[in-house]
Write a protein that binds this ligand. Structure first.
Ligand code: PMP
Length: 364
């Protein structure tokens, strides 16, 4: 099997699996319990939070969640609710994951003015986000790395620019595809375990000390009352282990991308959809004349797993093609290859051979 769909999810690493099992067998108490087992579980949670903060290079707080979808909802609705008296304008982009764009739709239905910027309308999307912020803007929300094509938004540039224009505007970053790969700057940042070789079902929301956030769900008041529910101790231990195991700099990504690009340049009627300065582990391209789904299943028969557009939208075309102004043919034939640190150049060569065969067989 050649797994090249790591932007959809990654294989859990042995470190994460071992940490979860160790924690489940030795440290399975409820962090709210006052006895020794509870205290040990609480320590596990605290330690995991420190490791995540450390990796982000930040002070502040970490809240464990069920994944980045929950983290994004917590941040967006929580900030909107906390700051609605100050203003009702929100700035975002048209290339967000549904876990951001759907909450934005809800806020718009509730009377917020949501400005959604398309890259095709702005040569410099970062500048456009900053320019769209005015004194009534309470929230800016954008992704650090686009999951479909790997487009990068410089979170520091936008963060600093937004704060210069309006220091009261909160900046939320969907950091899912950038965590452990790029520096991330935001008042709140969403993270997901399963994109960095941990399990599905664990994520986190980073929040700096000054940002006000109201809870969106209610219960026993755990995690400072912001995210009620017994903390996922085993999964937090696994998340910590996956973060520790994730290399500081995965040099193989750029070599793999370079090799695949070289192969694609040899084949004709291929358009590379990823920007040249996009993230190295994602390469999205269109094989004109072959529908994505046909190519995806052809590759699958050969044991090669890639994605069409974004896997989160289950076969549906994601938001990026329209927002970047790709033609229907280009969008319909897009293939996303996404690497992890264990992929090899030999796997890329095998993929290229299979693509060539697929093109010969199916191209119209
Ligand atoms: N944001 C981005 C950019 C993503 O790629 C994903 C996962 N596809 C999410 C949010 C949602 O993350 P989770 O699966 O942890 O809910």
């Amino acid at each position: 099997m050649i797994y090249l769909d790591n932007a959809a999810t990654t294989k859990p690493c042995s470190e994460a699996a071992e940490a979860a099992v160790k924690c489940a067998s030795r440290c399975f108490g409820n962090p709210s319990s006052l006895h020794h087992m509870g205290v040990e579980a609480e320590k596990t949670i605290t330690c995991a939070k420190k490791t995540l903060l450390n990796r982000l290079g930040k002070d502040g707080e970490i809240f464990f969640t069920s994944g980045a979808t929950e983290s994004n909802n917590m941040a967006i609705f929580g900030i909107a609710e906390a700051l609605k008296r100050r203003g009702n304008r929100i700035v975002t982009t048209a290339i967000e994951h549904p876990s951001v764009s759907e909450p934005m739709k809800k806020l718009s239905e509730r009377g917020f003015e949501v400005i959604s910027l398309k890259p095709k309308d702005h040569a410099d999307l970062e500048r456009a986000i900053i320019d769209a912020v005015d004194e009534k803007t309470i929230l800016t929300s954008f992704m650090a790395v686009n999951n479909e094509i790997g487009f990068i938004i410089d979170t520091k540039k936008v963060y600093d620019g937004v704060k210069r224009k309006n220091p009261f505007c909160a900046v939320h970053v969907d950091g899912v595809q950038g965590f452990c790969k790029l520096p991330l700057h935001g008042d709140t940042i969403s993270l997901s375990g399963h994109k960095i070789h941990c399990f599905k079902g664990i994520g986190a929301l980073y929040k700096n000390k000054d940002t006000r956030l109201l809870p969106i769900s209610f219960g026993g008041g755990q995690q400072g009352g912001l995210r009620s529910g017994t903390e996922p101790v085993e999964l937090a231990a696994a998340f910590e282990a996956a973060v520790k195991a994730y290399p500081k700099n995965v040099t193989v990504f750029s070599a793999l991308r370079h090799r695949l690009t070289e192969h694609l340049e040899r084949l004709n009627r291929i358009i590379i959809n990823s920007p040249e300065n996009g993230i190295d582990n994602i390469l999205n391209f269109s094989v004109l004349g072959v529908r994505s789904e046909i190519m995806l299943h052809f590759l699958e028969e050969k044991g090669i797993y890639v994605s069409s557009g974004s896997a989160c939208s289950k076969g549906k075309i994601g938001s990026a093609p329209d927002a970047f102004g790709f033609s229907a043919e280009r969008a319909d034939s897009a293939v996303r290859v996404s690497f992890c640190g264990n992929n090899t150049e030999k796997e890329v060569d095998t993929l290229a051979e299979a693509l060539e065969e697929g093109i010969k067989r199916f191209r119209r």
